[in-house]
Design a protein around this ligand. Sequence first.
Ligand code: HEC
Ligand code: HEC
Ligand code: HEC
Ligand code: HEC
Ligand code: HEC
Ligand code: HEC
Ligand code: HEC
Length: 479
Amino acid sequence: MLLLAVATFVGSQACGPCHGAIAEAYAKTPMARSAGRAEPLAHASFVAAGHQYAVAGRTLSFEMGSGRAGSASMDYFIGSNAAGRTWLREFEGYLFELPVTWYAQKGVWDASPGYERDAWVRLNRPVEPSCLQCHASRVRSVRGTQNRYGEPPFLENGVSCERCHGPGSEHVRDPAAAKMVNPAKLDAERREGICGQCHLTGEARIEKTGRQFAEFQAGMRLADYATYLVWKGGRRDFKVTSHVEKLAGSRCRTASGDSLSCTTCHEPHSNLNRTQEVCLGCHAAAHRREENCADCHMPKTKSSDANHGVLTDHSIPRLPSQKVVPGGTGELEAFTGLADARALGLAYAEMGDRRARAYLERATSVDWQVRLRLAAMEPGLVRAAALYEAVLKERPGEVSALVNLGSIYGQAGRTADAIRLWRRALEANPALEEAALNLSEVLPAAEGAEILRQYLGLNPASPAGQARAAELAKALLKR
Ligand code: HEC
Ligand code: HEC
Ligand code: HEC
Ligand code: HEC
Ligand code: HEC
Ligand code: HEC
Ligand code: HEC
C-alpha cells in the first residue's frame, strides 16, 4: 500500500544551501533573533518598581526594602533588543518570566510589563506556550502542564522560515515536486493570516472549539482557528500587537482594499522598509514629496502595554496631531472570525465583564473553556464541581480547575481528593502559590513545610508563603 507523506517542520538551516542569499539576510533580522539561550551579562545594578536588583553573568539577584533577598538564573531571553529584551528562568523544564526587562531604545533596565506596581519581587509568573509561539519556533510544550517544556524548550531561536512558508520536509527532499507556501501567491485572507498569527491579538483572541492555535500554519485561514474580538468603533488604546488592526482601519486601506498589506511596505527577509515609495505609488500627486511621509502620517506613539517602547501608528492618520485613539462604544465585535455567543462570552469573561455569563449560557458549543468560565461564576458548589470535573476530563492539567475543584472537595470534607488535585496542580506548575498554600493547610505540618520550602525556593519573596512557613515552623517547634 502507498502512503502519502505529510510534510513536517525541518528548521531554517535546511533552507540555506539552496536559498543562501535569503537565509543570510533573514538571519540578521529582529524576527530571526527574537529568542534564545541567554548569554552572560556584564554586572549592572538598578532599581525597578522600588526594588534593588543586580544582574551579573546569568544571574538576577534582588533585595527588597524589607531586607528580603533572593536570586534567579537567567536562562533564556525573549526579544531581539530592537525594542528590548526580557529573561526567562528555567527550573526542571518549567519556564518563568523574570520581573525585569532591558529597554534598548532608552538604554535602561526597568520592571517588565505587568510588574510595575508589584509590592514584592515575584518570580513565579509562568511562561505559557503562546508567548514562545510568537517569539520562537518549533516550541516543545509538555501536554498537561501550564509551563513545562522539552529540553531545549524550542528548536529555533525566533521566527523560522517555515512559520511563513509552511513545513518544509517534502520540499527539501524534492523542491520541484513539493512546493512551499508562497505568500505572494495566496488570496489576501491567507496571506495576511501569516503576519497576523503574531502581529494581531485584538482585545481578545478566542480559540475555536476543538482547535489549537499552536497548530495554525502558513496558508491556512486565521478565522478557522480563532475569533479576534475588538471594540466596536475603534480601539481604546494602543497595544503592541495592533499593527494589523491599525492598518485595517486606515483610510488608505479601506479605500484601496487588499492591495495594501504588511508586505507592501515591509520586505520580511531583509527587514527593508519601502514606505516612502509605497506612499508615492498611490499618492503620485502628494504634497511634500521630498519629505518623509511617515514622519507626519505614521507618527510614533507610546503603546499601552510595553514600557518605554514606541510604536509606529499604522492607521496613517490625516492630521499628525489627530488623536490616535477613537473611543470604543463598549461592545465587542469580530475583527476576524465569527463572534458567536461562545466567543463573546469567553472574551468578556477574560476581561472580567459581567456580560460574559449571559453569552456563555447561550453558547451552542460547550467545551472546557466555556465550562471553566461558567464554573468560576457558579455560586452553587455542586454545579461548579460538576463543571470543573468535566473541564479536567478534557484538560487534565488546567490549573485553575485543579485548584478550585480541590477547594470545593476540601470544603465538602473530601480532603484526600483535594490533596490529589492540588498535587496535580503543582505538577502542572510547581510555583503555583494557591496549590502550595492549600496543601500546607491540610497536610501534616512536616509535609506542609516541605511543600512550602520547595515553593519558596522558586518564589522566595512571597509574603503569604513566608507567613505560612513561619506558622508551620512554630507549630513544628512546639511538638
Ligand atoms: C534542495 C534545494 C532546496 C531546498 C533545501 C529548499 N528549497 Fe525552496 N526552492 C528550491 C527550488 C529549486 C525552488 C523553485 C521551485 C520551482 O519553482 O519549481 C524553490 C522554491 C521555494 C519557494 C517559492 C515557492 C513558490 O511557489 O513560489 C519558497 C517559498 C521556498 N522555496 C522556501 C523554502 C524553504 C522555507 C526552505 C527550507 C525549509 C526551502 N525552500 C528549502 C530549492 C530548495
Ligand atoms: C501574539 C504574539 C505575541 C505574544 C503572545 C507575545 N509577543 Fe512579545 N512581541 C510580539 C511582537 C509582534 C513584537 C514586536 C513588537 C512590535 O514592534 O510590534 C513583540 C515584542 C516583544 C519584546 C520587545 C522585542 C524587541 O526588541 O523588539 C519583548 C521583550 C517581548 N515581546 C516579550 C514577550 C514575552 C515575554 C511574552 C510572553 C510572556 C510575549 N512577548 C508574548 C508578539 C508577541
Ligand atoms: C515573516 C515571514 C517570512 C519569513 C520568516 C520568511 N519568508 Fe520567505 N517570503 C515571505 C513572503 C511574504 C514572501 C513573498 C514575497 C513577495 O511578496 O514577493 C516570501 C518569498 C519567499 C521565496 C520566493 C520568492 C523570493 O522572494 O525569492 C523564497 C524562496 C523564500 N521566501 C524563502 C525563505 C527562506 C529560505 C526563509 C528563511 C531563511 C524565509 N523565506 C523566511 C515571508 C517570509
Ligand atoms: C511567528 C510570529 C511572527 C510572524 C509569523 C511574523 N512576525 Fe513579525 N515579528 C514577530 C516578533 C516576535 C517580532 C519582534 C522581534 C524582536 O525584535 O524580538 C516581530 C517584528 C517585526 C517587525 C519589526 C522589525 C524591527 O525592525 O524591529 C516587522 C516590520 C515585522 N515583524 C513584520 C512582519 C511581517 C510583514 C510579517 C508577515 C510577512 C511578520 N512580521 C510575521 C513575530 C512574527
Ligand atoms: C494602495 C494605495 C495606497 C497607499 C500605498 C497609501 N495610500 Fe493613502 N490613501 C489611499 C486612498 C485610496 C485614500 C483615500 C483617498 C480619498 O479619500 O480621496 C488615501 C487616503 C490617505 C490620506 C487621507 C486620510 C484621511 O483620513 O482622510 C492620507 C493622509 C494618506 N492617504 C497618506 C498616505 C501615506 C503617508 C502613505 C504611505 C505611508 C499612504 N497614504 C499610502 C491609497 C493609498
Ligand atoms: C504603508 C506602509 C506600511 C505598511 C502597509 C505596514 N507598515 Fe509596519 N511600519 C511602517 C513604518 C514606516 C514603520 C516604522 C519604521 C521605522 O521606524 O524604522 C513600521 C514599523 C513596523 C514595526 C516595528 C514597530 C513599530 O511599530 O515601529 C512592526 C512590527 C510593523 N511595522 C509591522 C507591520 C505589520 C504587521 C503590517 C501589516 C499589518 C505593517 N507593518 C504594515 C510602514 C508600514
Ligand atoms: C510635515 C508634515 C507632513 C508631511 C512630511 C507630509 N504630510 Fe501629508 N498632510 C499633512 C497634513 C497636516 C495634512 C492635512 C492637510 C489638511 O487637512 O488641510 C496632510 C494631508 C495629506 C493627504 C490628504 C490630502 C487631501 O487633500 O485629502 C495626503 C494624501 C497626504 N497628506 C499624503 C502625504 C504623502 C504621500 C506624503 C509624503 C510624500 C506626505 N503627505 C507628507 C502633513 C504632512
